[in-house]
Write a new protein. Structure first.
Length: 244
């Protein structure tokens, strides 16, 4: 007759191993990139090992570029390299779209290395209905470490300061924005930057008239310093819903 416990069970220690009570830990041990904040159910995961998939790239200024790179990666062999233009708005961004999931708390995270002549980075989620879009945006400024969110009037409001990160580094950091698109009206929930979680609970998102079609859009937006082609490495883009 059957006996014992399943491989994924957590009943009883063994001599050299112990059953896992969290399958997320098992997935990470097997190489999954969803390791920084494991809350929520993953609906999109892109580590760029299969190339630049399904997204689109844009930028402003002389010699802006978005390319697949083997120069530096948070995991695997490949990452995305965003090169900001040296003039105009001196930026570059990568974005992609997904059909609308069920309305819930939705998260967007990515790992990044602020490598050369960095001004700022943004995390952007755009929830587009048939008539409007709801904008969740957070920006981190390298020189000051200040974090700001976009309020429902389009202004940028400081909410925290991160200890200054070293540029020209191989160390990756992680940021994750979470917004509640099931709330009325939709609102921010939190922002996580490395080891620090900032509550943004109850802050309403900006609502903009937009009839371009229903979808959920995510953007990684990088700004370099003016007069330079600054660049930044991006890896492990993850979108989740059903966040607690």
């Amino acid at each position: 007759m059957p006996h014992g416990t399943p491989d994924w069970g957590h009943v009883g220690p063994k001599t050299t191993t112990y059953g896992l009570d969290d399958l997320g830990e098992q997935a990470v041990r097997l190489g999954a990139t969803h390791l920084w904040d494991r809350r929520g159910d993953v609906i999109v995961l892109n580590d760029f090992e299969a190339g630049i998939q399904g997204g689109y790239m844009f930028g402003h200024g002389l010699a802006w570029n978005v390319v697949l790179s083997t120069g530096l990666a948070a995991s695997g062999a490949y990452a995305l390299k965003l090169v900001a233009g040296s003039s105009d708005e001196h930026d570059a961004y990568y974005a992609w779209e997904h059909g609308l999931p069920a309305s819930s708390r939705t998260g967007f995270e990515y790992a990044f290395s602020p490598y050369h002549q960095v001004e700022s980075l943004r995390w952007i989620m755009l929830w587009r209905t048939a008539t409007h879009r709801f904008e969740a945006m957070v920006q981190w400024t390298w020189a000051t470490g200040v974090l700001t969110y976009q309020d429902n009037g389009g202004g940028w409001i400081p909410f925290g300061t991160i200890h200054k990160l070293k540029d020209t580094t191989v160390a990756f950091s992680v940021g994750k924005i979470v917004a509640d698109y099931g709330a009325t009206p939709p609102e921010y929930v939190r922002f996580i930057f490395n080891d620090t979680e900032h509550s943004l609970a109850g802050i309403p998102l900006q609502r903009v008239v937009d009839a371009s079609g229903e979808r959920l859009e995510f953007q990684v937006w990088f700004f370099g310093k003016e007069f330079f082609n600054g660049y930044c490495y991006i890896d492990n883009l993850i979108v989740t819903h059903n966040e607690p």
